[in-house]
Design a protein around this ligand. Structure first.
Ligand code: AVI
Length: 330
């Protein structure tokens, strides 16, 4: 018989960190492979270096980028119902750390005693864990450094009663996966919470093209800087010679696919060196940097069902811009 692992000890006010990182994706490998594809592409996870995180925070404040404030408003407006859905003594597992305002709303309302944020970036994890532990003296915080898109067996913790595990995944980050990847991700979240566990997930809704085009090409050009920072990061970290001024930010909503695509478009014929390799660009050729899929409530519920969840709740705002789903692992 396999021995059960010993539960890890907890103490309120003492923030613990564990690293479950087996193999961090390599920027060099992924960029070289992506630039060699017929449609050049770079995975969106590489947006988030220090400057990228700062620019993303600025995006969340933009008038055109309705997602963050609308999701926060939904959580505030429906918090009593959300707390009832989650129930008492939930272990709150957040995929991604640092979405402070939304997490605070939940912890306060649920009176959460065990909070487990999971993030690949240790500095983000530490900053948000310490802040939350300082704010809620009764809270046990266990930060896990891991890639939450990969299978993950979380340890058990001693000293805090847990009736169910709940994964919180806000921000419509699930939209940055293709629908197939989202399905795999949901199946894995289903395994993480176990039977009877729950998922609280923020999902941006399908809507008119003008609203979405504006949200991803704002008037102040912050999203353009966020996109172009990817080239600067590659220059900094891989010694590449991209000239960002020779590329333009391009983002558009494709209503038939239900997704926003973000690209960096070459303004002219040029070549670039990355880690000693040369890559040629024709005028107008693009590097595909991100997709952001949008779902109707019914479409996302269907995806949840296919992953083994029973969709129980879908909270939305009065303008039907954004949704927060409450699903239970069947
Ligand atoms: C993080 N993610 C959900 C954002 C989105 O809306 O897809 C990233 C982003 N890209 C451009 N603006 C914001």
């Amino acid at each position: 018989m396999k021995a059960e692992p010993t539960p890890l000890p907890l103490a309120p006010g003492v923030v613990r960190f564990y690293s479950f990182l087996t193999r961090a994706g390599s920027l060099r490998e992924d960029v070289l492979a992506g630039l060699a594809l017929p449609q050049k592409s770079i995975p969106p996870k590489y947006f988030y270096d220090e400057e990228g995180c700062r620019l993303f925070e600025a995006i969340c404040e933009l008038p055109e980028y309705y997602l963050t404030r609308t999701e926060t408003a939904i959580l505030r407006a429906h918090i009593a119902d959300i707390a009832q859905f989650v129930g008492p003594d939930a272990e709150l597992i957040e995929f991604g750390a640092g979405v402070q305002a939304k997490t605070r709303i939940l912890i306060q309302a649920l009176q959460t005693r065990l909070y487990v944020p999971i993030d690949i970036a240790m500095d983000t994890l530490q900053a948000s864990s310490n802040e939350l532990a300082g704010r809620f003296p009764w809270l046990n915080v266990v930060g896990i450094r891991a890639d939450y898109t990969r299978p993950l067996a979380l340890p058990a913790f001693a000293g805090v009663p847990v009736r169910r595990k709940v994964v919180f995944f806000p921000g419509s980050t699930v939209g940055n996966f293709t629908p197939d990847e989202a399905l795999q991700f949901l199946k894995q979240a289903r395994r993480t919470v176990g039977r009877g566990g729950a998922l609280l997930i923020g999902v941006d809704l399908r809507k008119d093209k003008a609203t979405l085009d504006a949200a991803y090409s704002d008037a102040q050009g912050v999203t353009a800087r966020f996109n172009l920072n990817l080239l600067e990061r590659i220059n900094r970290e891989l010694g590449a010679d991209f000239q960002p001024a020779r590329f333009r930010h391009k983002a558009f909503y494709d209503p038939s696919a239900g997704r926003v695509e973000m690209h960096l478009e070459s303004r002219l014929a040029q070549f670039v060196h990355v880690a000693g390799q040369r890559f040629d660009f024709a005028p107008g050729e693009t590097i595909h940097t991100e997709i952001s899929c949008k779902y109707s409530v019914a479409e996302f519920q269907d995806l949840g069902k296919r992953a083994g969840f029973s969709p129980e709740k879908a909270w939305t705002d009065p303008e039907q811009l954004f949704s927060v789903h409450g699903m239970v692992a069947a």
